[in-house]
Design a protein around this ligand. Structure first.
Ligand SMILES: [Ca+2]
Ligand SMILES: [Ca+2]
Length: 225
């Protein structure tokens, strides 16, 4: 049982009275004492009276070309009224605001540090959503939204310019090229070349070898060397 003080210049809202829907757009209301049809008819059409109850056809405000709700809100038509709800990714600026007053603000998902993996991606906020951009050296992980995986650069022979004795090492977010053991990167050619004992060292080694041979053969070192 409803008991409302109704003033003649305040539109009466249908959600304040008992309604009985008889179709999607037509319903019956029982008017409380003192409420006239003109007071409830502001947003209604095709009103017909049946004694103490009236059958009315709701005016669907949400069907209008310009929504009565905020651009980031959905419109929900109800008997005699409409309601606005913020879309996913938006929150009410003021939780007390309803209907046409409702202003919906974007949620900045990037403020949540765990939303994107900071080691492999960067978060970008968008109206109603966000996305995770993969950092250099990473690529989107197939089948997993917001996730990036390391690119294995070695899969594409990226160190080929080091020559046949170069090798590639993949790392998390990068890679590096180097030479196989026993090879070094020649500063001029930029390719891996075999590490050779230097000529001077080989000469000394030869002299020592000869000396040892002389000692073994003659018991002392020869004067000629
Ligand atoms: Ca957002
Ligand atoms: Ca890598």
């Amino acid at each position: 049982m409803h008991n409302h003080a109704v003033s003649s210049d305040v539109p009466y809202l249908f959600n304040d009275v008992a309604t009985q829907a008889i179709s999607e757009v037509t319903f019956i209301i029982s008017l409380p004492p003192g409420v006239s049809i003109t007071q409830v008819s502001a947003s209604l059409a095709n009103i017909s009276s049946n004694g103490s109850a009236i059958a009315v056809e709701d005016n669907n405000e949400c069907d209008s070309f310009t929504s009565p709700c905020h651009e980031f809100a959905t419109c929900d038509n109800l008997p005699g009224v409409f309601e606005c709800f913020c879309k996913a990714g938006f929150v009410p600026e003021d939780s007390l605001q309803t209907r046409g007053d409702l202003v919906c603000l974007d949620v900045d998902e990037c403020l949540e540090s765990s939303i994107c993996d900071i080691l492999s991606s960067q978060c970008t906020n968008t109206p109603g959503s966000y996305f995770c951009d993969c950092l250099v050296g990473f690529e989107p992980l197939l089948g997993a939204n917001d996730s990036c995986s390391d690119i294995n650069e070695c899969d594409i022979d990226i160190c080929d310019h080091y020559g046949e004795h170069g090798k590639c090492t993949n790392t998390f977010g990068s890679y590096f090229c180097s030479c196989e053991t026993g090879y070094y990167l020649h500063p001029t050619t930029g390719m891996c070349q075999e590490l050779l004992q230097c000529t001077a060292f080989k000469n000394v080694k030869g002299l020592v070898s000869n000396l040892l041979n002389d000692i073994a053969t003659n018991g002392n070192a020869s004067d000629s060397e």
